[in-house]
Ligand binder design. Structure first.
Ligand SMILES: [Zn+2]
Length: 247
């Protein structure tokens, strides 16, 4: 059962994760709220499972309503949209059960044995500048065996249609690994979809909240002489009350 982040935890994540790669940042956050999982277990969570946990952290910390914006690719109109965690949360993805299970797919007569991409895979391709190369490397890491008529086939001999069929299958097995929103521009009626990235979304919120907390500490410490730990241990209600008294 996941819990939300406390004020000291938000500050501590913000402090240590300033220059972390998003793959590492996601683990820093989960390490904090899931002490029962080892770092190794966290690394091996499928990306969809990792993101399901992050969504749960977000919900418990900042609430279930998420607001975002996108720019229309056609007329550049700024479009604001909001959604609920429940709209993207898929039943059973946060139970941590299928993470090590090998997956099987049958595409166009090819039998493929694979596992779902995890944080180690994302870290391994993080240095890749070209999307196509990153994509191939990711598949190479995740495909364990390809056979046709019980004969092993190397990845480079597999037709493109089979590879895209496999990519679809991976998305189906781990739906939260890629959350897309279909948007429609009210100004020019252009329709397009945007990728929702919980890691960067949550990081932005943590950064904003951390700076707000530090400002509150500054204000209250100056007025009352309390130390940082004392101020952060106050409930939100009490802290707000004192802030109203001094500002
Ligand atoms: Zn438009």
């Amino acid at each position: 059962m996941i819990r939300g982040l406390s004020a000291p935890e938000i500050l501590s994540i913000w402090e240590v994760a300033q220059h972390q790669h998003p793959v590492k940042l996601a683990l820093t956050i989960l390490n904090m709220v899931l002490p029962e999982l080892s770092s190794d277990e966290l690394l091996h969570l499928s990306i969809g499972q990792r993101d399901a946990y992050l969504l749960a952290v977000r919900e418990k910390t900042f609430g279930s309503r998420l607001a975002s914006y996108a720019e229309c690719p056609h007329c550049h109109e700024r479009l604001e949209f909001s959604f609920d965690v429940a709209d993207i949360q898929v039943q059973g993805t946060a139970d941590g059960e299928q993470q090590h299970v090998e997956q099987l797919a049958s595409v166009e007569g090819y039998e493929l044995r694979f596992r779902l991409p995890n944080s180690l895979d994302l870290a391994a391709i993080a240095h890749c500048r070209e999307l196509a190369i990153a994509h191939t490397q990711l598949l190479q890491r995740c495909i364990e065996q390809i056979e046709r008529d019980s004969v092993a086939v190397p990845l480079e001999d597999v037709p493109e249609v089979v590879i895209s069929g496999l990519a679809e299958c991976m998305t189906h097995c781990d739906p939260l690994a890629e959350v897309l929103f279909n948007l429609s521009c009210p100004a020019c009626k252009q329709e397009w979809s945007v990728l929702f990235d919980i890691v960067s979304f949550l990081w932005t919120e943590i950064s904003v909240q951390a700076k707000r907390l530090l400002l509150e500490v500054h204000t209250l410490a100056r007025a009352y002489g309390w130390c940082e730990a004392e101020i952060l241990s106050l409930s939100v209600t009490r802290r707000q009350f004192y802030l109203e008294m001094v500002t």
